[in-house]
Design a binder for this molecule. Structure first.
Ligand code: PCA
Length: 310
């Protein structure tokens, strides 16, 4: 797919999120940085909204060389790369600062897992903290029994099960329709995802449970990367480092703005009842134990320094 004309290389970068998502805007800025820094020796065309490959298939497509670069949500890779789910363990990371520290311990393991698959990570950017949207006021976990909870990864599936709700897998770009069609009654996601999907017509409540900060990662097929001239490679890495810093700032800004936007549209934003929150934390701990058991030693490689190294 990479075509070279007059010394110009073209890459496509596949993502499952909309063009106007802050993640995608950050990627577009990365692409334009690269084009500028290389005098258009490398042009990266961003293909948003599952248009080239579906979100869940992007990593494999990049690995197979069907497209040069892609973006995926890390926790969506857990079947193949369990350690990619580390950032979706509930109630471990509770701020952007701790998410940064966490990533510094998770990153080397991700680099290694990606390298083993012929992939090179470029940068990772978190979603704002995951909160709880509901169409009903929450008093206790009993309110979820028999309801339908939207899920997007294994953590959200497991939490739905623990709450005796039915997990319903809905891609991010279809959340609005799933709510309108009454296919879901609640979901755990970020406020910004709620805004992007204009969920306020049905989701009247947003509880800021601050459950985890999942990250999207942008990466490239190693063969495509190695085929670049050394100076172009260097430009890509520098633009990637800048994109990571910029993306984290954009995420934090989006987190604050979208809470206000939800309120402006009438969604009630607040804390969950204390007892329910404590219950959620217990379920989160149960999830952590299950996760550490499945992942084994790699889990300790992240969690031990995260908790004990300052
Ligand atoms: N939005 C994405 C992933 C996490 C988030 O905040 C989604 O809901 O699918």
């Amino acid at each position: 797919m990479a075509s070279v004309a007059h010394g110009q290389t073209r890459w496509q970068l596949a993502t499952g999120y909309r063009a106007d998502s802050f993640h995608t805007q950050n990627i577009a800025a990365f692409a334009s940085d690269v084009e500028q820094a290389t005098n258009a020796a490398l042009r990266i065309e961003v293909r948003p909204n599952n248009s080239l490959f579906k979100l869940a298939d992007i990593r494999q497509a990049v690995q197979d060389g069907k497209v040069q670069a892609g973006e995926s949500i890390m926790a969506g890779m857990v079947t193949e790369i369990p350690v990619a789910g580390a950032d979706s363990i509930p109630f471990v990371v509770d701020s952007y600062d701790s998410a940064r520290r966490f990533w510094s311990f998770q990153r080397p393991l991700i680099e290694k897992q990606f390298a083993a698959r012929g992939l090179k990570p470029l940068f990772a950017v978190p979603w704002p903290p995951q909160g709880l949207f509901t169409t009903f006021p929450v008093r206790s976990r009993a309110d979820f029994k028999g309801s339908r909870m939207r899920t997007y990864n294994q953590t959200t599936v497991r939490l739905a099960q623990m709450l005796d709700a039915t997990p319903v897998d809905v891609p991010m770009v279809e959340v609005n329709k799933a709510l309108a069609d009454r296919k879901i009654d609640s979901m755990i996601t970020s406020a910004v995802t709620g805004v992007e999907n204009r969920v306020w017509d049905r989701a009247s409540f947003y509880y800021g449970i601050n459950a985890w900060f999942p990250k999207n990662i942008v990466y490239v097929n190693v063969n495509a990367f190695d085929a670049l001239a050394p100076a172009v490679r260097e430009a890509v890495l520098q633009a990637a480092a800048r994109a990571e810093v910029r993306g984290w700032t954009m995420s934090e800004a989006a987190a604050a703005e979208s809470l206000l936007e939800l309120e402006r549209h009438g969604t009630k934003v607040g804390r969950a009842p204390a007892e329910f929150e404590a219950e959620l934390k217990r379920l989160g701990e149960k999830f952590s134990r299950e996760w550490v058991q499945t992942v084994g030693n790699d889990a300790n490689t992240i969690l031990v320094p995260y908790y004990f190294k300052r």
